[in-house]
Write a protein that binds this ligand. Structure first.
Ligand SMILES: [Zn+2]
Length: 189
């Protein structure tokens, strides 16, 4: 909880997510990202990981919901990923178990497109995964606000991804949000 203490005016814990055994820590802002990064109290290392997650988000296939995820262990990135249009069996399994809504394509088939968190987990090399102490792993998720490329949007993990992270034993997840009035993305350029 060190980050939370350092930037308590800028971050908050989401109480509605206490049903998970992980800390989901949000960063709420109405500022342009560059303004946010200038906040002196925000730890440099957290900026670094959020910037990397942003770089990942820009690689997303999606036009409106670009999300990137970086997984960090002992100050090293061990996995990176972004949401993709392609379907994925792990995503499908978690979606079916934990989500009560589904996205369908034109033919009404349910689409289990890959989320950034699962993509990042899948990119952790197997030998690294074998040696991890998962409770010291940190996850950073960044969402680019739709149409506002420098701004943050809501990157709260969906129930499927939250459970996947929890099942691994991950305890800390940091994610961006938009402004409270515009949770999916806002900035005051
Ligand atoms: Zn998800």
């Amino acid at each position: 909880m060190q980050i939370l203490n350092l930037v308590k005016t800028k971050m908050r814990t989401s109480s509605r997510l206490t049903k998970y055994q992980i800390d989901l820590i949000s960063y709420t802002t109405s500022k342009h990202l560059d303004s946010w990064l200038e906040l002196s109290e925000f730890p440099q290392y957290a900026k670094k990981w959020f910037l990397l997650a942003r770089n990942e988000a820009f690689k997303s296939d999606f036009s409106a919901a670009k999300l990137g995820c970086v997984i960090v262990y002992k100050n090293h990135v061990i996995g990176k990923g972004h949401n993709k249009l392609k379907t994925d069996p792990i995503q499908k399994r978690y979606n079916e178990k934990y989500r009560d809504w589904n996205i369908t394509d034109d033919s009404n088939l349910i689409v289990h497109s890959l989320h950034a968190e699962i993509d990042a987990i899948k990119h952790i090399p197997y030998p690294v995964m074998q040696k991890l102490d998962w409770k010291h792993v940190e996850v950073y998720i960044f969402r680019v606000a739709p149409g506002l490329e420098g701004c943050t949007g809501l990157a709260l993990p969906c129930p499927a991804c939250a459970h996947a992270l929890q099942d691994l034993g991950i305890q800390k997840v940091y994610y961006t949000t938009g402004h409270l009035d515009k949770p999916f993305g806002c900035c005051d350029l």
